[in-house]
Design a binder for this molecule. Sequence first.
Ligand code: FAD
Ligand code: NAD
Length: 462
Amino acid sequence: MEKFDLIVIGFGKAGKTLAGAYANAGHKVAMVERSDQMYGGTCINIGCVPTKALVHRAETFAAASDNLSAEVDGAKQFAAATTFRGKLTDKMRAANLNMLESNPQVTVITGLAKFTGPKTVEVSAGNETLELSAENIVINTGAVSSLVPIPGLKEAKRVITSTEAQMLETRPAKLAVIGGGPIGAEFASLFATFGTEVLLLEAAPKLFGRSDDDVAEAAVEVLQSSGVKAFAGVKITEVTEDDDQITVHYENDGQAETFTADYVLAATGRRPAIDDLNLEAAGIETTERGAVKVDDHLRTNVDGVWAVGDVNGGPQFTYISLDDFRIVLDQLTGEGQRSTADRKAVPNTIYLSVPLASVGMTEKEAREAGKNIKVGTKPTAAVATMPWAKIVQQPVGLLKFVIDADSDQILGAQLLMPNSHEVINLVALAMRYEITATQLAAEIYTHPSATEGIAEVISAAK
Ligand SMILES: Cc1cc2nc3c(=O)[nH]c(=O)nc-3n(C[C@H](O)[C@H](O)[C@H](O)COP(=O)(O)OP(=O)(O)OC[C@H]3O[C@@H](n4cnc5c(N)ncnc54)[C@H](O)[C@@H]3O)c2cc1C
Ligand SMILES: NC(=O)c1ccc[n+]([C@@H]2O[C@H](COP(=O)([O-])OP(=O)(O)OC[C@H]3O[C@@H](n4cnc5c(N)ncnc54)[C@H](O)[C@@H]3O)[C@@H](O)[C@H]2O)c1
């Protein structure tokens, strides 16, 4: 039994950052990761970073095709993009491993971890096992793709998840995507840009249903302009396949339809990765949705055991996992005051060919909450003071601000425009620190830039 001050299970964003920080504070840390292909976790290996590398390459390809008015080979560009993706993740994985391995206080152990008691963990790799113990244990095992119960889906060989989809070396001619959340929408958009024929099927009545209707409609237009055919409110009845192809059977507007493709990408959500942890041995409770149950300090019901990142059932974003790290570090080395209750105005982005970035309330939510509001909305192309969108040849989308008419505080923003994934952070900062809409609009911004357009839209609010 090897004794540590802290065992981290899973090399995710929160866990790796905590391992480094706690080790630097003079403590002995074990980092356990089940796969040598996952040092650094989901984000850098199979999540945010590699997918955005593909999105970026798809956009570069689209711009080149437009500008050269030439037949640029989408299949070739797709293969080059996935090669680039692989090289990028290899480098980042090695750097992440080195970051912890080079720390004399950290031991990186590759193997599957499971609890054997509240303070003990067994790690197994092949026939070998290792027993570890620590006063403090952090669970950071992330999430796994979750398949919905559609007849034929689970058994089919041509059903892939986001992990396999980003590792395809050859561009598929046809792809069916089930689920129009961030994963489905981003993959549909990028594959279609490279020239794959993509059909996106969403069960909910509307695509981008968390946005206001006008924003969601504009986002669907952006998706369609990338070449995606998309339907919402569909019911998928069955998936069948032969050696070479797979067929999705679905009902759309009461009509039975089929789509035959090379692959079906199942993008219907990700569930917390708890199956292998043997949580019962430690007496750790889970929620009805299968997450490790935590309080707002991310403590489980067992003293000295925390759960951070996707596994605790919170919002599945890398920046939330990073904030989880801060909350636990504050308990281990600080005042222990930080909690999830401090979070305010957390933005998110769906990476379409212009990103859809949002923060705070939609107009609908603000009205339902009985707020007295002003709304500023302008199509990207109509924002005269933002030539940036035209310069980068993407004058598409919509900007929308929801403002409290009494306090002048920004209640929310939905930005579907070039670089909105950056601009949204400024809006979120203003919301967090209660900078008023008038103050935000009166700032001095660089020109030409994507940021400067927000002043015009805020000023037009009524
Ligand atoms: C395709 C895709 C795109 C995404 N894009 C974005 C994006 O653009 N922006 C964003 O903010 N978020 C994005 N996300 C979500 C984001 O990647 C996750 O929220 C984030 O990586 C969660 O990290 P984590 O800290 O929970 O742990 P993870 O990074 O998931 O790490 C968990 C680790 O634990 C290991 N593990 C699991 N079980 C065990 C065990 N029993 N023993 C040992 N090790 C174990 C796993 O192998 C894994 O390496 C995306 C996700 C996906 C799948
Ligand atoms: N840009 C980003 O920040 C980013 C990108 C990718 C993933 N992520 C994270 O990863 C998580 C998982 O993403 P996701 O898109 O897989 O999950 P999700 O839960 O966000 O979306 C899944 C979608 O599938 C639909 N669906 C469910 N069953 C269906 C069925 N039978 N037929 C058709 N549609 C069906 C749901 O209605 C939903 O719209 C997200 O919660 C997100 O936080 C974030």
